[in-house]
Design a binder for this molecule. Structure first.
Ligand code: FES
Length: 149
C-alpha cells in the first residue's frame, strides 16, 4: 500500500510580517500541515525568480511568497516591487514550465496567525490535489537547462 502524497512547499516570507505571522500561528498553537519549509527574507522585495526555480529544482512541489500588506512594508516599497515583479515572474515561470497554480503570492501581517495557518492548509490541499511536480524535474533531467540555476 502506497503512502498518500505529501507535498513539499517552500515559503519565502518577509521577516517583519509573514514570518511573525507564522510565529504567531505557532505560539497560538494553531494547527497547520507540516509540509511547509520557511525561508526568511528581509523583505519580499528581495525575492528573485531564481529562488523560486531553485526551490523547484531542489524538489519543491509548490512555492509561496508572502510579505507585509501594501503600505506596511518596513522598507517602504519592497512589497510593491515584489508585486510588480510578480507579474513578470508569472510569465517567466510559465515559460520555464512552472504552472501558475504551483506558485502563490499573499500578504500576511504579524497579527494574522490564523490567516497564515488557513493559507498553508489551503495551499497544501491544492498542491496535494495537483500531485507531485515531476514534469519540472523531468525537464531538468532532459535538458539540464536549470542545472546552473
Ligand atoms: Fe515585509 Fe517588505 S518588510 S514585505
Amino acid at each position: 500500500m502506497s503512502e498518500p502524497f505529501e507535498p513539499k512547499i517552500v515559503a519565502f516570507v518577509c521577516t517583519y510580517c509573514t514570518y511573525a505571522g507564522a510565529d504567531l500561528a505557532g505560539t497560538s498553537r494553531l494547527k497547520y500541515p507540516p509540509n511547509v519549509r520557511i525561508v526568511r527574507l528581509p523583505c519580499t522585495g528581495r525575492i528573485s525568480p531564481m529562488f523560486i526555480l531553485k526551490a523547484f529544482q531542489k524538489g519543491a512541489d509548490g512555492v509561496l511568497v508572502s510579505g507585509c500588506h501594501p503600505g506596511d512594508c518596513h522598507f517602504d516599497h519592497g512589497n510593491y516591487h515584489a508585486r510588480r515583479r510578480w507579474t513578470a515572474f508569472n510569465a517567466l515561470l510559465q515559460f520555464t514550465g512552472v504552472p501558475e497554480e504551483r506558485v502563490k503570492f499573499s500578504w500576511i501581517s504579524a497579527a494574522e496567525g490564523i490567516k497564515f495557518a488557513e493559507l498553508i492548509e489551503s495551499i497544501t490541499e491544492e498542491i496535494r490535489t495537483a500531485g507531485p511536480f515531476e514534469q519540472y524535474h523531468k525537464l531538468i533531467a532532459e535538458t539540464g537547462s536549470a542545472a546552473s540555476v
